[in-house]
Design a binder for this molecule. Structure first.
Ligand SMILES: *[C@@H]1O[C@H](CO)[C@@H](O)[C@H](O)[C@H]1NC(C)=O
Ligand SMILES: *[C@@H]1O[C@H](CO)[C@@H](O)[C@H](O)[C@H]1NC(C)=O
Ligand SMILES: *[C@@H]1O[C@H](CO)[C@@H](O)[C@H](O)[C@H]1NC(C)=O
Ligand SMILES: *[C@@H]1O[C@H](CO)[C@@H](O)[C@H](O)[C@H]1NC(C)=O
Ligand SMILES: *[C@@H]1O[C@H](CO)[C@@H](O)[C@H](O)[C@H]1NC(C)=O
Ligand SMILES: *[C@@H]1O[C@H](CO)[C@@H](O)[C@H](O)[C@H]1NC(C)=O
Ligand SMILES: *[C@@H]1O[C@H](CO)[C@@H](O)[C@H](O)[C@H]1NC(C)=O
Ligand SMILES: *[C@@H]1O[C@H](CO)[C@@H](O)[C@H](O)[C@H]1NC(C)=O
Ligand SMILES: *[C@@H]1O[C@H](CO)[C@@H](O)[C@H](O)[C@H]1NC(C)=O
Length: 820
C-alpha cells in the first residue's frame, strides 16, 4: 500500500516535471511559465488562467475565465492595453519577484506586477477558486504580495472589494472594456467616491454619469432593489483604513458577477448564472431609467419617473430657467437670512435618493435632533438626515451648498431640506409644536452644559481658575462643538507657564513664522508644543477663538493635532501635540539622520503627506488650500508617521485672501508654484506643486534652493528634468540608499513628482489622482517641461514673505495661525 502510493506520488512528480501542459496546475514558481500551451486551473476547477483572444480580435491577452461553464466569460485581463501579436507570450515570476508577461521578444516586458514588500522566500503564483490570482511567499498561504483582486478590470466577483484601501493608497474601481474585441479601458467606470459620506458613482469619462447614492446602513440610498436575497449577501465597510463595497455568494454553487459595460444602454449589469438554461441572465441593471441620469433635474430639482415633466422643484423652490430645460435647476422662492436663525426651518421630504455627497459631513454618533441643531448653526448647511436608516435611524449627514441629483425612489429616504420659515406649515399648531421642540432642545442642551460644567468644576476645581471659560462649548452659539467632541481646551496661562518652565530658553524648540515654539509637559505628564503668537498680532480675541475651533475640526491622522489654546490679556497661544521626531527637513537634508529613512519609510511619508493634503483639499468639511507645504512643516511622530502642520496659512483663515493678499504673497520660495509666486494666484494645484517639490526633495535628499539660479545644482526641478530627459533619472536618488530593488518605485515617484511641478496648473494632477498614482503601477502620462526648469523665470524675492524659512535645520515649526 505504502509502496503504491509512493510510486503514484513519484509518477505525479515525474509528470509535473516533464510536462507543464498535460496536468492541471493551480500554482507555478521558480522557472515555471505559462505559455500558449499551458494554463493555470484553480484547485476545484472553478477558474482558469491563460492566453485568449477577445471577441473577433486575434490579439492575445492573459486573462482569467470560468472553467466550469461553457464559453469563455472573461473576468480579468492582465495586459488590457498591450496585446501580444503572436503566440510567443510567456507569463512568469522573474528573479526580483515581479510577475512579468514577456512578449515576442522575451526581452520586452508587456505587463508586470510588483510585490508590495521586499521578497524573503521563493514566490509562487496561484490561481484561487475565488478567481483571485495571487503572488505569495511559498510558505505563507494567507498573506499576498500582490493579488489580481486589487486591480479589477470590468468585473466584480464575489469577495472582491470595490473601493479604497486608504492605508496603501489603493483604489479599486471597475472600468469597462473599449469594446468586446478590445479590453483596454473604455469610458465607463464605477467607483466609490471618498467624502465624509461616501457615495457610489458611475462615471463616463470625467463626468458623473449615474449615482447610486451613499450607503445608508442597508443599501446604496438610490438602489432600492439591493435587498437581502438568496443569491448573494453584501456589505459596505467604511472606516479610517478602508472604504469599500463587497458581496459574497450565499451558496457556493451559484455564480454571479457585476460588469461595467461600454456598449449597452445599461452600463452596469449584475449577471447570475442560470443553471436550468445554462446561460447568464441579467439580474439587475444600472441606470434604471432617465431619472438615474446624473443631475437630470439640476440643483434642488426632484426627478419623478412617470410624471410629466419628470422634473419638479422641491417644495419651497421654483424653476430657475424655463420649464423645458431643467439643467439649470431650481432656486429658492425666498432666501433665508444667515443672521436670523428663525428665518429658516426644515421641510421633511419623503422617499428620496439622497443628493450628491461631495460636500457633506457625517457623524455616526449624532442623533437626528443634534443633527438639526448642527445644521441650523451653519448657514451653508442646506439639508440633513440620518446617515444610517437601520432600525429607527441613527447618525447624521449634513449637506453644504446646492442639493444635486435627487430623485424619488421606492423605499427612499427622508431628507430634511432647509427653506425660508414662511414655507413651513402655517398652522398655529405647527408653530406651537416647533416652539415646544425648540424649548425642549434648549432646555436639554442647557442642562447638559450646566451639568457638564458642574461636573468639571467639581473634578478639577484647581484647573479652572480661568477667565476664559472651560472649553469651546461655553463659547457663544457654538454648541455644535460639544456634539462633535471637539476637545478644544482653553488652557490656563498659569498651567502653561508651569508646563514650559516659564518659557525657559532650554524649552524652546524653535522660532516659527509668527513666534517662538516651546516644549512643555503638563501635570498629567502629557507632552505638548506651545506656540506663543507674537504680541504684535492684531487679531481679535473672538476671531482667534473661532479660528481655533475651525482648525480643531480638521482631524486626520496626517495632520498635527491642536489640543487647545490660551488667551489671556495680550497673550495668545496655541497648544499642539508634541512631535518627538521633529520635522522632515531635519532628516532628509542631514547626511547622518537621512540614513534612518529607508525607502519604505520615505514611501510611507510621501503617502501620508499626500493623504493629508487630499483631506484638506477634498475630504474635510472646509475645502482648504494649505499654501505653505514644505519639509519643515511636515512633523514626524515617534513611528515616523508624517503630520502636516502650519495649515493656518490656508485660505479659509484669510477670508478673501485670494484677492486681498495678491501683493503680499505668503509662503516659501522654492515651494511656490509659478502662478502663485508671480501673480499671487493660488488654488489646490499650487499645493500640488509644493507637494511635487517635497517629493523630489524626499527622493533626492537635496533642498530646492530656489528658482532663480541658472546652475542646475541649485534648482532641483531643473536637475530632475535634465536627468529625466537624458534617461538617467535615478541619479537623482539620495546617495544613502541605492539598492536596485527600489529602482522601479523611485522611478515612479520621480515621474509623479515631475507631473506635479508642471508649469501650468491644469497639467498638474489633482491630489486624489496623486494618491491613486502612488498606489498603483499603471502607466502615467509623460511630463512636459516643468516650471522653472529653464531658469528663465525670475521671481521678485520678497524677504518678508520668505522669512518663514529658517536657516537652522533643527527648526521646529508648529502650526501657525496667520496673524493679520
Ligand atoms: C505549443 O505547442 C505547439 C504544438 O504542440 C508547438 O508547435 C508550439 O511551439 C508550442 N508553443 C509554445 C509557445 O510552446
Ligand atoms: C503587432 O503588430 C503590429 C503590425 O504588425 C505592430 O505595429 C505592433 O507593434 C505589434 N504589437 C506588438 C505588441 O508587438
Ligand atoms: C523583473 O521585472 C521587473 C518589471 O519589469 C523589472 O523591473 C525587473 O528588473 C525584473 N527583474 C529581473 C531580475 O529581471
Ligand atoms: C528582439 O529585439 C531586438 C532589439 O529590440 C531586435 O534586434 C531583434 O530582432 C528582436 N528579435 C525578434 C525575434 O523579434
Ligand atoms: C447602522 O445602525 C445599525 C443599528 O444601530 C448598526 O448595527 C450598523 O452597524 C450601522 N451601520 C453603519 C454603516 O454605521
Ligand atoms: C455589453 O452589452 C452588450 C449588448 O448588450 C453585450 O453584447 C456585451 O456582451 C456586454 N459586454 C459585457 C462585457 O458584458
Ligand atoms: C439647457 O440650458 C443649458 C444652460 O443654460 C444649456 O447649456 C443647454 O444647452 C440647454 N439644453 C437644451 C436642450 O436646451
Ligand atoms: C463615536 O463614538 C465612539 C465611542 O464613543 C468613538 O470611539 C468614536 O470616535 C465616535 N465617532 C465620531 C465620528 O465621533
Ligand atoms: C459658507 O460658504 C462660503 C462660500 O462657499 C464660505 O466662504 C464660508 O466660509 C462658508 N461658511 C461656513 C460657516 O462654512
Amino acid at each position: 500500500m505504502e509502496i503504491l502510493s509512493f510510486t503514484s506520488l513519484l509518477s505525479t512528480i515525474l509528470i509535473l516535471c516533464s510536462s507543464e501542459s498535460s496536468i492541471a496546475l493551480d500554482t507555478i514558481s521558480g522557472t515555471q511559465t505559462i505559455t500558449e500551451n499551458s494554463t493555470l486551473i484553480s484547485k476545484h476547477g472553478k477558474f482558469e488562467l491563460g492566453f485568449f483572444s477577445p471577441g473577433s480580435s486575434t490579439n492575445r491577452h492573459v486573462g482569467i475565465w470560468y472553467k466550469d461553464i461553457p464559453g469563455k466569460t472573461i473576468v480579468w485581463v492582465a495586459n488590457r492595453q498591450k496585446p501580444i501579436n503572436d503566440s510567443s507570450g510567456t507569463l512568469m515570476i522573474n528573479r526580483t519577484g515581479h510577475l512579468v508577461l514577456l512578449g515576442q521578444n522575451t526581452s520586452t516586458v508587456v505587463w508586470s506586477a510588483k510585490p508590495n514588500k521586499p521578497i524573503q522566500a521563493t514566490l509562487v503564483l496561484q490561481l484561487l477558486d475565488s478567481g483571485n490570482l495571487v503572488l505569495r511567499d511559498e510558505n505563507s498561504e494567507e498573506s499576498y504580495l500582490w493579488q489580481s483582486f486589487d486591480y479589477p478590470g470590468d468585473t466584480l466577483l464575489p469577495g472582491m472589494k470595490l473601493g479604497w484601501d486608504l492605508k496603501a493608497g489603493l483604489e479599486r474601481r471597475l472600468v469597462s472594456w473599449k469594446s468586446s474585441n478590445d479590453p483596454s479601458p473604455g469610458d465607463f467606470s464605477w467607483r466609490i467616491e471618498l467624502s465624509s459620506y461616501p457615495d457610489s458613482v458611475m462615471w463616463k469619462g470625467s463626468d458623473k454619469y449615474c449615482r447610486n447614492g451613499p450607503w445608508n446602513g442597508l443599501r446604496f440610498s438610490g438602489q432600492p432593489e439591493l435587498k437581502p436575497n438568496p443569491l448573494f449577501k453584501f456589505e459596505f465597510v467604511s472606516n479610517k483604513d478602508e472604504v469599500y463595497y463587497i458581496f459574497y455568494l450565499q451558496d457556493g454553487s451559484g455564480k454571479t458577477r457585476i460588469v461595467v459595460n461600454q456598449t449597452s444602454g445599461y452600463n452596469r449589469e449584475r449577471y447570475a448564472w442560470d443553471l436550468a438554461i445554462k446561460s447568464w441572465k441579467i439580474y439587475a441593471s444600472v441606470p434604471i431609467d432617465n431619472c438615474d441620469k446624473y443631475a437630470q433635474c439640476g440643483a434642488y430639482g426632484n426627478c419623478i419617473t412617470g410624471e410629466s415633466p419628470i422634473c419638479q422643484c422641491l417644495k419651497g423652490f421654483k424653476p430657475k430657467g424655463n420649464f423645458i430645460n431643467w439643467s439649470q435647476g431650481c432656486v429658492r422662492n425666498k432666501q433665508f437670512s444667515c443672521e436670523d436663525k428663525h428665518s429658516s426651518g426644515f421641510l421633511k421630504i419623503r422617499g428620496l435618493k439622497l443628493p450628491d455627497t461631495t460636500y457633506t459631513w457625517a457623524n455616526a454618533n449624532l442623533s437626528l435632533k443634534e443633527c438639526k441643531v448642527q445644521c441650523l448653526s451653519n448657514c451653508n448647511c442646506t439639508a440633513y438626515t440620518n446617515s444610517n436608516i437601520t432600525g429607527r435611524g441613527s447618525g447624521c449627514a449634513m449637506w453644504f451648498g446646492d442639493l444635486i441629483d435627487i430623485r424619488e425612489v421606492k423605499d427612499g429616504q427622508d431628507l430634511y431640506i432647509r427653506v425660508h420659515a414662511s414655507e413651513l406649515g402655517r398652522s398655529s399648531e405647527h408653530k406651537v409644536k416647533i416652539v415646544v421642540i425648540v424649548l425642549a432642545v434648549f432646555v436639554v442642551v442647557c442642562g447638559i452644559f450646566l451639568l457638564a460644567n458642574y461636573i468639571r468644576k467639581v473634578r478639577t476645581r484647581k484647573d479652572l481658575e480661568d477667565n476664559a471659560g472651560t472649553s469651546a462649548i461655553m463659547n457663544n452659539q457654538n454648541n455644535e462643538s460639544q456634539t462633535q467632541n471637539l476637545e478644544v481646551l482653553f488652557f490656563n496661562l498659569d498651567k502653561i507657564v508651569k508646563a514650559t518652565n516659564n518659557f525657559s530658553s532650554s524649552n524652546k524648540l524653535g522660532e516659527g513664522g509668527f513666534g517662538p515654539v516651546y516644549k512643555g509637559t503638563l501635570e498629567d505628564g502629557q507632552e505638548i508644543a506651545v506656540k506663543r503668537l507674537s504680541r504684535s498680532s492684531l487679531q481679535g480675541v473672538n476671531e482667534f477663538k473661532n479660528e481655533v475651533i475651525l482648525i480643531a475640526k480638521l482631524q486626520h491622522r496626517n495632520l498635527v493635532k491642536l489640543l487647545g489654546c490660551c488667551v489671556q490679556g495680550e497673550e495668545k497661544m496655541l497648544v499642539y501635540e508634541y512631535m518627538p521626531n521633529n520635522s522632515l527637513d531635519s532628516f532628509i537634508f542631514d547626511t547622518t539622520k537621512s540614513m534612518l529613512l529607508d525607502w519604505s519609510k520615505r514611501f510611507n511619508i510621501i503617502c501620508g503627506v499626500a493623504r493629508g493634503i487630499l483631506y484638506l483639499h477634498q475630504d474635510s468639511r472646509l475645502r482648504i488650500i494649505h499654501r505653505d507645504l514644505k519639509a519643515s512643516n511636515i512633523l514626524l511622530d515617534n513611528e515616523m508617521n508624517p503630520k502636516i502642520s502650519d495649515f493656518g496659512m490656508a485660505r479659509t483663515f484669510g477670508g478673501d485672501q485670494s484677492v486681498g493678499n495678491t501683493n503680499r504673497v505668503a509662503g516659501t520660495y522654492g515651494y511656490m508654484a509659478p502662478e502663485y509666486a508671480v501673480d499671487g494666484l493660488f488654488s489646490v494645484k499650487s499645493d500640488v506643486f509644493s507637494f511635487g517639490i517635497l517629493l523630489l526633495e524626499i527622493i533626492s535628499g537635496k533642498r530646492n534652493k530656489g528658482f532663480y539660479h541658472q546652475t542646475n545644482d541649485f534648482n532641483l526641478i531643473g536637475l530632475a528634468w535634465k536627468l529625466w530627459k537624458e534617461g538617467r533619472p535615478l541619479e537623482l536618488m539620495s546617495p544613502c540608499f541605492k539598492d536596485p530593488i527600489n529602482h522601479p518605485e523611485v522611478l515612479h515617484w520621480i515621474h509623479i513628482g515631475l507631473l506635479c511641478v508642471q508649469e501650468h496648473p491644469e497639467d498638474r494632477p489633482s491630489m486624489s489622482y496623486v494618491v491613486a498614482m502612488l498606489g498603483s503601477e499603471s502607466s502615467l502620462p509623460q511630463p512636459k517641461q516643468p516650471a522653472f526648469s529653464s531658469g528663465k523665470v525670475t521671481v521678485r524675492a520678497d524677504s518678508s514673505s520668505s522669512k518663514a524659512r529658517s536657516s537652522s535645520t533643527n527648526e521646529m515649526t508648529v502650526t501657525d495661525l496667520e496673524p493679520r
